[in-house]
Design a protein around this ligand. Structure first.
Ligand SMILES: [Zn+2]
Length: 211
C-alpha cells in the first residue's frame, strides 16, 4: 500500500468536463490518486472515461443537470446520494442535487425538502458515531451550503440543510460543485467551518485527505 490507512489522495471533479484532465489522466499524472469523487453535473461519459483510464473506485452524487438518481448510473461508479460508504478507513457521505428553482426540475429540492433528505441519513451517521467514534470524514454534495460559496440568484442559493448536516456530522472535508467561479477567486475556494474544510472542486481538484 502506497499510503497509510489514514490518508487518501483524491481526484475530485465537478460541473465541467475538462480537456486537460483527459490529457493528465492518460499521461499517468494521477497515478498516486486512489479514489475519484464526483460532485455532479458532469457527463457520465466523462466519469466513465476517468474510471476506465485510472482504474480506480469512484463515488459520485447527481447534480441538477443529471438524470434522476434512480434512472441511470455512471458505469463503474457508485451513486452515493443519501448514502454513506467506507473507503479504507474513510467514511464518505453523499448528498445530491441543488436548490429548487424550477417546478419540474430534476434533483432539485426546496430548503424544507433538503432537511427531510438529511433526516434519511441520520441513522447511518449515528451508527458511524457509535462504531467509529465519528459520523463522517468526507461529505460530497452538488450544492454548496447556504451562505458559503453560494450565490444570491435563485439557482445558486446554497442548501441550509447542508449547514445543518455539517454541524451534526462534522466531517473533515466537504467537497461541492454547482457554483462556477469564472473569476479565479482563490479566497473563496476554501472555507473553514469548525473542523470542516469546505472546498469548491469546480472543475477539478486533487486533494490529500487525512483523518
Ligand atoms: Zn449545478
Amino acid at each position: 500500500m502506497r499510503q497509510n490507512q489514514r490518508t487518501v489522495k483524491i481526484l475530485a471533479v465537478s460541473d465541467q468536463a475538462v480537456e486537460r484532465v483527459y490529457t493528465l489522466a492518460s499521461n499517468g499524472h494521477f497515478q498516486d490518486v486512489e479514489l475519484i469523487l464526483g460532485c455532479g453535473d458532469m457527463p457520465y461519459t466523462y466519469l466513465e472515461y476517468l474510471v476506465t483510464v485510472l482504474n480506480l473506485p469512484m463515488y459520485y452524487v447527481p447534480g441538477n443537470h443529471d438524470p434522476r438518481s434512480t434512472q441511470s448510473n455512471a458505469e463503474g461508479g457508485s451513486n452515493i446520494d443519501l448514502k454513506v460508504v467506507r473507503h479504507k478507513t474513510f467514511l464518505i457521505g453523499g448528498f445530491g442535487g441543488s436548490i429548487r428553482y424550477r417546478p419540474d426540475g430534476i434533483n432539485q429540492y426546496t430548503q424544507t425538502e433538503a432537511y427531510l433528505r438529511v433526516l434519511i441519513m441520520l441513522p447511518k451517521l449515528m451508527l458511524n458515531r457509535l462504531q467509529y467514534g465519528r459520523a463522517l470524514d468526507i461529505l460530497i454534495s452538488h450544492s454548496p451550503p447556504f451562505g458559503i460559496h453560494d450565490d444570491s440568484d435563485p439557482a445558486h442559493n446554497g442548501l441550509k440543510a447542508l449547514n445543518w448536516l455539517l454541524r451534526i456530522a462534522q466531517p473533515r472535508y466537504h467537497l461541492h460543485g454547482h457554483t462556477h467561479f469564472y473569476k479565479q477567486n482563490l479566497a473563496n475556494y476554501e472555507t473553514a467551518m469548525g473542523i470542516t474544510k469546505i472546498m469548491n472542486v469546480y472543475p477539478y481538484k486533487v486533494i490529500e485527505a487525512s483523518h
